[in-house]
Ligand binder design. Structure first.
Ligand SMILES: Nc1ncnc2c1ncn2[C@@H]1O[C@H](COP(=O)(O)OP(=O)(O)OP(=O)(O)O)[C@@H](O)[C@H]1O
Ligand SMILES: [Mg+2]
Length: 388
């Protein structure tokens, strides 16, 4: 792995180099004397995999440079070594895509663990990059929670700061996915991508997305339902083919409609989640939807049931649902009115405002079954944030 160390103190930079080489003599280390103006030093010939910034705490302006850099170089990891970082500072760092902040004086084992983790994940992501996992969510009925689950899961999948996640709102008529995890208005939507489909490439796709995290892009559905008519299955197909190459996870909010466009998206999905609740109207519609999906030729092992807002001891038992629908429930997600409403009303992901809520815990577990390694107690600095 290629590592640049930016430091104003040459002696300390040398100590860091020594520590890095002791961990793995194969590491190619370049020491750069100076401040953050050196961030992109040497990039035209040789982009590093990791930049370690020693003892320089970025200010307002430099945050922007860091953010810009991690957007332009999604494969690049940045680690800061800082005296007594505050939790506000950590939050700001997370927003701009810094992978880890280690306190000074530097503990060799902590540096080693962080760099090794980045090395392992970067090999994992590069080898899996070309086969992004496509995960689709369909609501069996309005209000089932499909959008809430899809958006928050996408956020959690990206919280490892390594996985590149695309959330595509394919609920073309009434999409609202971006609002669940962001208060920003998307400047472009799927309609703009469809309209300029001949220009579609990785950078056009990135620039059409709203970036909720540097490694989480949301492609919003059109504001005006009329524009949705122009979005054709061939547009969605081109989009998904590209997204699979560029992202590790592609999360799709399909909404409720089964039509040519949504079926095209489902054809690309590795996993299809049907979201329902434990009342008869939901179960009836789930049954219809399951029949339709099977008639379309999707195999049962691609389809998974999520029972949302589940409460133990309700009138209808989980076994009744399973018997009626002829398949096991993949997961239940508890009902948690206060935490979910707060998250949805403010457009803030639930993991940020209710870290210990049972719903958050369930979503973390689902992410984990998808091969994602963010766990609240797993070290790494996202978990660090959770405890503030
Ligand atoms: N586990 C939960 N506990 C409590 N409330 C929940 C839970 N999941 C979702 N909700 C509530 O249900 C509402 C509807 O959820 P959401 O918009 O995700 O449904 P949907 O299936 O996408 O509906 P639509 O078909 O209209 O798009 C949310 O605004 C949220 O307040
Ligand atoms: Mg929805």
């Amino acid at each position: 792995m290629k590592i640049n160390v930016i430091s104003t103190e040459r002696t300390h930079a040398n100590i860091i180099r020594q520590m890095l080489l002791e961990g793995n003599p194969q590491r190619q280390i370049t020491l750069l004397d100076g401040g953050l103006e050196l961030l992109t030093e040497g990039f035209d010939t040789n982009i590093p995999d990791l930049i370690i910034i020693d003892g320089i705490c970025p200010g307002e302006e430099e945050f922007k440079t860091l953010e810009q850099l991690s957007l332009q170089q999604p494969g690049l990891a940045i680690v800061l070594l800082c005296k007594e970082p505050s939790s506000d500072f950590l939050l700001n760092m997370m927003r701009v895509g810094v992978k880890d902040v280690l306190p000074l004086p530097l503990v060799p084992a902590a540096l080693q663990a962080t760099v090794t983790r980045i090395e392992q994940k970067s090999t994992l992501t590069t080898s899996s990059r070309k086969h992004g996992k496509t995960i689709a969510f369909i609501a069996c009925k309005g209000g089932s929670g499909a959008t809430f689950i899809a958006t928050n899961l996408a956020y959690i999948l990206a919280a490892d700061q390594i996985s590149h996640v695309a959330l595509l709102d394919l609920n073309l008529q009434f999409g609202d996915a971006s609002l669940f995890i962001s208060d920003q208005i998307p400047s472009n939507t799927l309609a703009d991508v469809a309209e300029n489909i001949t220009r579609l490439d990785a950078s056009f796709l990135t620039s059409s997305m709203l970036h909720v995290l540097p490694n989480l892009g949301v492609l919003a559905s059109p504001e005006d339902p009329e524009n949705a008519i122009e979005i054709k299955p061939k547009h969605v197909e081109a989009l998904l083919n590209l997204a699979k190459i560029e992202y590790d996870y592609i999360v799709l909010d399909i909404g409720r409609a089964l039509n040519a466009t949504s079926v095209m998206a489902l054809d690309h999905a590795d996993m299809i989640f049907l979201v329902l609740q434990e009342t008869l109207p939901f179960i009836r519609d789930a049954k219809r939807l399951l029949h339709a999906l099977q008639a379309l030729g999707y195999s049962k092992d691609k389809i998974h049931l999520i029972v949302n807002r589940y409460e133990k001891g309700g009138e209808i038992q989980l076994e009744d649902v399973e018997r009626t629908l002829g398949m096991k429930v993949f997961r239940t997600i508890p009902n948690s009115y206060a935490a979910v409403s707060a998250s949805v009303n403010q457009g803030i992901p639930i993991i940020k405002i209710a870290q210990r809520d049972p719903v958050t815990k369930c979503l973390l577990e689902i992410a984990y079954t998808m091969g994602n390694t963010v766990q609240p107690k797993n070290g790494g600095w996202f978990s660090h944030l959770l405890h503030h």
